[in-house]
Design a protein around this ligand. Structure first.
Ligand code: GLU
Length: 290
């Protein structure tokens, strides 16, 4: 049997913190324990926020932690043609439409809907797409596209869900002996998610699914904050005919106030901890892997 394949997939939009260390170490330990492979993927499709110095710092911090990974590293910005092909496939199924509202217009539409009662929110708390671009008459859609207006390409969730029945994923739980279960996936909870934008022909959801398949990732170990997003990933996997990996969503490392760490919380940044004389062994202890 082929060895299991793991990946750590940070975005180089800041320095790594304890939460990343935990996730990377879990992947690394698990790969070692199972005789598996550990891949590293740089999720750098957001050109406005990602910077080469953060990518360089990511390699340095991971190596300092004692982690090693296979090379070459996959950098998403170098594989836009792969995402484009997936998007074309979804478009060919008639599941993608351009929506031209700006963020401000969307906020206005949501406020208008909320005048009549609560408007549904996705599992991350953001309002579902309230617009009606899906039913724009074709000539109007073509006119807007030709006018050069920015747009987002959205997945027609209702139509997409008609292609699947009994969608689930295999959840293995955090630890090596985590509790296995089959989780019913409800991608509908996310509404018409964005798959790409005019200026970036992909999105987190689309690229992650395409990359995990291309890289042959068999076990995805990542934070609990992405638990619900897995429903969208499973839907895209089925629509695109991609293999199904297993998932292991782990607890999040929080600050003293119980908030999830962010890249701007300096005190928990690996560089600051290292400068303060903390060793990789104590980082393991700090995240509960000692
Ligand atoms: N790039 C994502 C992040 O840094 C992780 C994506 C994933 O593990 O699926 O949060």
């Amino acid at each position: 049997m082929a060895p299991p394949v793991f990946r750590f997939a940070p975005s180089p939009n800041g320095f790594l913190h304890l939460g990343h260390a935990f996730s990377a170490l879990l992947n690394f330990d698990r790969a070692r324990k199972t005789g598996g492979r550990l891949l590293l993927r740089i999720e750098d499709i957001d050109a406005t926020r990602c910077r080469p110095e953060y990518e360089a710092a990511t390699y340095e911090d991971l190596a300092w932690l004692g982690i090693d990974w296979e090379t070459p590293v996959r950098r998403q910005s170098e594989h836009l043609a792969d995402y484009r092909a997936a998007l074309d496939r979804l478009s060919a199924l008639g599941l993608v439409y351009p929506a031209f509202e700006s963020r401000t217009e969307i906020a206005r539409l949501v406020a208008a809907r909320e005048a009549n009662g609560p408007w549904p929110r996705d599992p991350d708390g953001a309002p579902l797409y309230p617009g009606e671009a899906k039913s724009l008459p074709a000539p109007e859609r073509d006119r807007l596209l030709a006018s050069g207006r920015p747009y987002a390409l959205r997945l027609d969730m209702i139509a997409a869900c008609r292609h699947v029945t009994g969608l689930t994923w295999n959840e293995l739980g955090e630890g090596p002996d985590g509790e296995r279960c089959t989780v019913p996936a409800r991608p509908q909870a996310w509404g018409d998610v964005i798959l790409a934008r005019k200026e970036t022909l992909t999105s987190y959801h689309l690229s992650v699914v395409v990359d995990d398949a291309i890289q042959g990732v068999s076990e995805i170990v990542r934070g609990q904050d992405l638990f619900h997003a897995t429903a969208v990933h499973r839907l895209l996997q089925v629509l695109l005919g991609l293999p199904e990996p297993a998932y292991r969503h782990h607890r999040l490392i929080c600050d003293d106030e119980g908030r999830k760490l962010s890249k701007s919380s300096r005190s928990t940044g690996l560089r600051a901890l290292r400068a303060a004389g903390i060793t990789p062994a104590s980082i393991r202890q700090l995240v509960g892997l000692g």
